[in-house]
Design a protein around this ligand. Structure first.
Ligand SMILES: Cc1cc2nc3c(=O)[nH]c(=O)nc-3n(C[C@H](O)[C@H](O)[C@H](O)COP(=O)(O)OP(=O)(O)OC[C@H]3O[C@@H](n4cnc5c(N)ncnc54)[C@H](O)[C@@H]3O)c2cc1C
Length: 416
């Protein structure tokens, strides 16, 4: 049993009666088969109640930490509970990389994949798009292997934990690469709106942070193999190259962040903003994010910018990122490239809730999908309408989990 009863942010105490941590896949299979209501728990980084249950929870973090590279297939099969940070260093030592990472390496692979966690980059799909296979313990305790290309595979990857407990994940890998990141201060908000596509096409991964009140900082991550002669433009888009390391969250120390100032380094130590072993983001916060189709990006940005006076008092920082389209049924980028409009809030639920509702109202015309793992108040029927393959997912859920063993209130609301 694990002692952790709350999520990472501390805004949610799990309703589970027990949290199990089996040390073998056989033990996990036995546990699932004999437990009436059970759900998988990752590294507890979701702010929403997506992982919660009034039944029992199971963490797969204690399974043997397998990391098996298949160089011919260009894949790695990993224990589902591994953190990206632990996987990445081992992978790099063998000459391989993942195509992208989220802002932090602290999250588990299975938990990130289950909610369509993403990094940034016009050409980069979210982290779930790297999944080439899954080993999943179904409701009857059977361990099944699903592979990309099989029927329904695209429905099973971003699963919200609804189909079973993932024991292992096979991910695509690419040859290891180096990245140089630089930060720019004071990119004007008007310029973001006017030159949006140009800004996000400027490098392999671009993130623009803003408080909506005039302070803006941009993280520009350039793949070294995209051109060794790359030198940062000191006045990129009218902004100023930062004269020292920065933390995107106001008041937080730069030492928590991966190395900047254009120093080349391995992909896993540059693509995330935050370093393993240090506090990611602020540590005292709530988060929300809305994924808006690329064609509405500038209008949606403008609609949110109009709410600056309401947002800024309860905000720590916002981040804008881009994600490529994919075919994963419950992915926030299913069928369309998106821009993520992200909000790291002060830890003040009562203050945040009405502002969040205003943002959601402003984004309604743009078909924005809320991040499954972050906070939102959009009505369940509106969320459901935004996923064209939801009925297919419901059918899949019925096949994998006919008795609702993996069900919870979140799935009742948003999947049905
Ligand atoms: C500081 C911070 C920074 C973040 N940055 C980003 C970011 O850059 N980009 C982004 O998109 N999101 C980001 N997030 C959100 C985060 O990536 C997601 O909430 C993610 O789901 C967390 O993974 P986890 O392992 O903590 O999963 P949990 O929160 O524990 O669980 C999430 C879901 O995964 C399911 N799950 C977990 N393990 C398994 C398993 N073995 N089998 C089946 N289902 C499973 C659970 O049932 C649940 O439904 C951030 C969150 C924090 C706290």
């Amino acid at each position: 049993m694990s002692a952790e009863r709350t999520n990472w942010a501390g805004n949610l105490t799990y309703g589970a009666t027990r949290i199990h941590a089996p040390s073998s896949v056989e033990e996990l299979q036995d546990l699932v088969a004999r437990t009436r209501r059970i759900r998988a728990l990752g590294s507890r980084h979701s702010f929403s109640d997506v992982a919660d249950t009034t039944g029992e929870l199971v963490s797969v973090a204690g399974l043997p930490p397998r990391i098996e590279v298949d160089a011919a297939a260009r894949t790695v099969t990993v224990a589902a509970g591994l953190r990206y940070g632990d996987l990445a260093e081992a992978l790099h030592r063998q000459g391989w990389a993942l195509h992208n990472l989220g802002s932090l390496p602290h999250i588990s692979v299975a938990g990130a994949v289950a909610t369509a966690t993403h990094g940034s980059g016009d050409g980069n799909g979210n982290l779930a798009t790297a999944v080439a296979g899954l080993q999943l313990v179904r409701a009857d305790g059977e361990l099944v292997t699903l592979r990309r290309g099989e029927p329904d595979f695209a429905g099973a990857v971003v699963s919200l934990g609804a189909l079973g407990v993932v024991a292992a994940v096979t991910l695509d890998v690419v040859p290891a690469f180096d990245v140089r990141q630089v930060v720019y201060d004071d990119l004007a908000l008007d310029t973001v709106a006017e030159r949006f596509d140009e800004i996000f096409a400027a490098a392999y991964s671009v993130s623009v942070f803003t408080d909506w009140a005039g302070t803006t900082r941009s993280w520009v991550k350039h793949r070294v193999d995209d051109g060794d002669d790359w030198t940062p433009d000191p006045a990129w888009m009218g902004a100023r190259l930062a004269d020292g390391p920065r933390n995107p969250v106001p008041g937080m120390p730069a030492v928590n962040c991966t190395e900047q100032l254009g120093v080349p380094g391995p992909w896993y130590d540059r693509l995330p903003h935050f370093r393993l072993g240090f506090t990611p983001s602020s540590g005292e916060e709530l988060q929300s994010e809305f994924l808006v189709p690329r064609e509405h990006a500038v209008e949606a940005f403008g609609a949110v910018a109009k709410l600056a006076d309401r947002i800024t008092p309860v905000l720590q920082i916002s981040e804008l990122r881009t994600v490529a389209a994919d075919d994963l049924w419950l992915s926030s980028s299913y069928g369309r490239g998106v821009v993520g409009l992200h909000f790291t809030w002060k830890k003040d639920s009562d203050g945040v809730r009405p502002v969040l509702a205003e943002i959601e109202r402003a984004l309604t015309p743009y078909d924005a999908r809320p991040h499954w793992g972050k906070l939102f108040t959009v009505a369940p029927e509106q969320v459901r309408e935004r996923y064209p393959r939801l009925a297919d997912f419901r059918r899949l859920r019925g096949e994998y989990d006919p008795d609702g063993r993996f069900g919870n209130a979140f799935l009742d609301r948003f999947v049905g």
